[in-house]
Design a protein around this ligand. Structure first.
Ligand SMILES: *[C@@H]1O[C@H](CO)[C@@H](O)[C@H](O)[C@H]1NC(C)=O
Ligand SMILES: *[C@@H]1O[C@H](CO)[C@@H](O)[C@H](O)[C@H]1NC(C)=O
Ligand SMILES: *[C@@H]1O[C@H](CO)[C@@H](O)[C@H](O)[C@H]1NC(C)=O
Length: 396
């Protein structure tokens, strides 16, 4: 039957069908274009209407101050608390037991603000840096010394013997003050590395202004208020530096150190220094002089007695008092100074150390020459505790 259908009727039907389709399509397109135009014209107006609606609701529900904010501030944003800019967290020194390598630590600690004034209230502190083998054996005396002066000092302990586990009670000012430490050999260059490590860790606290290096055999000779004001008000650094002829002076110089260090520039001095923040940053940042000492001042050279005196005299001589504030007695000769035992500690002896001669301070004669003294054996602690706090008028 299908094959019998007239072909002309079929084609006419097809034509009609196609025309119908075409008009359908045209009307669809027209409708779409019209809808698009309508949408384009109307959408911004609708948005404004809805925003104004929201804004009106928002200003109604908040104070007049919030209502004057720009039309473009989304209400949800304006409701958030102000962004924490982070100066407070930037000023908070990191945990002492951090995971920085020496290189990372020194890089971070050597950052200097270009702006001289601090945009916050800064109370300068004195950093007391203890370079020890094991624990700070005279710490009970220092505890008495620091008592009542929180906020004016910080303590750092580099204890080279990491196996000697320092059990410090939680209420002690020494608790948790040990920095990541490494082995130190007597008279070796790694002693200077330990000093730089102490300085760098202490520099991370922006409030530290003065830096004192002490050993476990050091004691204070005056009370905290005297020590603090002496250090904070000083115009000079205290890095002992002198030129000495003979085998234990210029004799330790090696011509290989030239031309960075000439023999005339070679200096000697006690390793126990006291310096300000500017010099401390220069010391940790130094690579030129340190690498010369590292390479050519080993063994019998004793880098710790020559590096800082030579470096500071060559570059920062005018700011240096050229003397140390830590008393030590070399009168007996030999490689080690006199060590004071329990019986040596008397009131007369300590008085003598406090008042032995007159020194210059900020360009004027002053009674105080030394703020600290060494070397005191751990046996002397008991007598020191009995005599020193009263004699030195500690804050009791
Ligand atoms: C050392 O002290 C720490 C806590 O300060 C403790 O966790 C650790 O077990 C101690 N190590 C030894 C060998 O006593
Ligand atoms: C600290 O010692 C000095 C003497 O060196 C004394 O004049 C001063 O009163 C003492 N300070 C305190 C707070 O006891
Ligand atoms: C310290 O010694 C250097 C020279 O070695 C000198 O220029 C400087 O003025 C001395 N400092 C003081 C305070 O006298």
């Amino acid at each position: 039957m299908k094959n019998n259908q007239n072909p002309s009727t079929i084609s006419l039907f097809k034509l009609l069908n196609a025309q119908l389709h075409l008009s359908n399509l045209l009307s669809l397109i027209l409708f779409f274009v019209f809808g698009l135009c309508f949408g384009v014209i109307l959408t911004p107006r609708l948005k404004t209407i809805s925003f104004n609606l929201k804004f009106t609701q928002f200003s109604l529900s908040t104070t007049a101050a919030a209502a004057v904010t720009s039309d473009f501030v989304a209400p949800s944003q304006a409701a958030l608390p102000p962004v924490e800019l982070g100066l407070k967290s930037y000023l908070t020194p990191p945990e002492l037991m951090h995971d920085m390598t020496d290189g990372e630590l020194i890089w971070r600690a050597s950052m200097v603000p270009k702006v001289g004034d601090y945009p916050f209230k800064r109370t300068p502190k004195v950093a007391f840096m203890f370079l020890t083998r094991g624990p700070v054996v005279l710490s009970p005396l220092w505890e008495r010394f620091f008592k009542g002066y929180d906020g004016l000092f910080t303590i750092y302990v580099h204890s080279s013997d990491s196996s000697a586990n320092v059990t410090v009670p939680e209420d002690s000012v020494f608790f948790g003050r040990r920095i990541p430490s490494k082995d130190v050999g007597w008279g070796k260059v790694n002693m200077i590395e330990a000093e730089r490590r102490l300085l760098a860790n202490a520099l991370l606290d922006f409030s530290n202004q003065r830096f004192v290096l002490l050993s476990e055999a050091c004691i204070p000779l005056f009370n905290f208020s005297t020590v603090y004001s002496y250090l904070i008000n000083s115009k000079h650094n205290f890095v002992e530096s002198y030129d000495q002829e003979g085998p234990v002076g210029r004799g330790r110089y090696s011509p290989k150190m030239g031309p960075v260090v000439d023999i005339e520039e070679w200096r000697k001095g006690s390793q126990w220094f006291e310096m300000d923040r500017d010099l401390a940053i220069q010391v940790i940042a130094d690579k030129v002089y340190f690498s010369v000492f590292h390479d050519f001042c080993g063994g019998q050279c004793y880098a710790d007695e020559h590096y800082l005196p030579t470096f500071v005299t060559k570059i920062f001589r005018e700011m240096n008092a050229n003397r140390t504030l830590t008393f030590v007695d070399w009168a007996k000769g030999g490689p080690h100074p006199t060590r004071y035992m329990g019986d040596d500690v008397t009131e007369e002896f300590l008085k003598k150390l406090r008042n032995d001669r007159s020194c210059e301070y900020n360009g004027k004669k002053d009674q105080i020459c030394h703020l600290f003294a060494r070397k005191f054996a751990s046996h002397s602690l008991e007598r020191l505790l009995r005599i020193a706090p009263k004699l030195m008028q500690f804050n009791l």
